[in-house]
Write a protein that binds this ligand. Structure first.
Ligand code: SF4
Ligand code: SF4
Length: 354
């Protein structure tokens, strides 16, 4: 099939060339390639920014929800502070930003922050629970699209979904948000944290997501993770939801795509290990900023921070991050997610989302 089929012959200056497939490079792969090229050189290529711990939901395993209080929300970075830090990240050459929370859309100034980041030319990913998505935001994203929208989807039924989110009506609102994205053909990833409370639904959720990619333009990716983190206040009660490692392995092995992706990830890590490459980019070419302006190695290691409210991004990244320790570095890579990207399959309309 020719990829030139929509071009009239008179518009073509070159003879028609039959091409069967063109491999596209996603942002993540682009980042990995750039990081490989930069091997050894420190460079703030990509950052994750927890814009707020505010959220309209209270998921049982959430590590930020304990900071979702009016007092702590008042301590979060203001819009002018965010803009100043973003300017400094831009000056330092940062290319890619992930805007997350809490629920980033719960910030009243989310679209202003997003717009400023877009104007700066950052490649943007937005992590959201989907329930606060509106037509206005979705239409805005059509004009100024993010590289990826990642929506958490932890339960297949209203009962299991809301047992996790503890938010009445959140299941329907999340599905409505997903529909807004699908209808506009925006890039979408759904993701699930495998836990004791949804262990029996995981492969069915993956199947459901698979069927969402209906029509040529829709392509829904899926991420499955199983990592539970202690809450930001240090409490570890969340670990009761953690699936045992053997069970995660059993789930991965039960599915052909999970199996293949796990094998690919494992061999990638092995190859990097054998080549003596650092498995973690934290502080090397990636970084994390929390809702209060603390620059850290990654969202999973907040033991030490550099306060961006009282210092510059350049000094924080180049002078302080290299001094921050991580005991995980020598033993394991940070949490890995199985990411399944595939072509859409026919057979499901967006109406079936609900
Ligand atoms: S939607 Fe995300 S931020 Fe909100 S409570 Fe759930 S896990 Fe936490
Ligand atoms: S090894 Fe893991 S926890 Fe440590 S900085 Fe890297 S990603 Fe973060």
């Amino acid at each position: 099939m020719s990829l030139f089929r929509n071009i009239l012959p008179s518009q073509r200056s070159e003879p028609l060339v039959e091409r069967f497939s063109i491999k596209t490079v996603g942002d993540q792969e682009l980042g990995q390639r750039l990081a490989a090229k930069l091997a050894g050189a420190r460079f703030p290529l990509s950052g994750q920014w927890e814009l707020t711990c505010r959220c309209n939901l209270h998921c049982v395993m959430c590590y930020t929800d304990c900071f979702n209080t009016p007092e702590l929300i008042r301590e979060e970075l203001s819009f002018p502070e965010i803009i100043r830090i973003m300017d400094e990240m831009y000056e330092a050459g940062c290319l890619e930003l992930c805007l997350t929370g809490g629920e980033p859309l719960a910030r009243k100034d989310f679209l202003e922050i997003y717009t400023y980041a877009k104007q700066k030319g950052f490649l943007l990913t937005v992590f959201t629970n989907g329930t606060l998505l509106t037509e206005k935001i979705a239409d805005y994203w059509v004009l100024y699209p993010p590289s990826m929208i990642e929506i958490s989807f932890h339960g297949l039924t209203q009962q299991s979904f809301e047992q996790i989110t503890q938010g009445v009506g959140s299941y329907e609102r999340c599905l409505a948000g997903i529909r807004l994205i699908l209808e506009r053909n925006l890039p979408l990833t759904l993701k699930t944290t495998g836990m004791t409370v949804n262990r029996d639904e995981l492969l069915k959720i993956k199947e459901f997501v698979y069927r969402l990619g209906n029509g040529d333009e829709h392509k829904v990716q899926y991420k499955f993770g199983s990592d539970i983190r202690a809450r930001l206040d240090g409490s570890e009660d969340v670990y009761r939801y953690q699936l045992p490692e053997e069970e995660v392995t059993t789930i991965e092995q039960a599915d052909q795509e999970f199996r293949a992706e796990r094998a690919r990830l494992d061999s990638q890590v092995r190859a990097m290990w054998l080549q003596g490459q650092e498995l973690c980019g934290g502080g090397q070419y990636t970084f994390h900023i929390d809702a209060y302006g603390h620059l850290q190695l990654c969202s999973n290691n907040r033991r030490q921070s550099y306060d961006l409210r009282h210092g510059s991004f350049h000094e924080g990244f180049y002078t302080f991050l290299p001094q921050f320790p991580c005991h995980n570095r020598q033993t394991r890579q940070g949490p890995t997610l199985l990411t399944i990207a595939r072509s859409p399959v026919p057979g499901m309309t967006t109406e079936e989302v609900a």
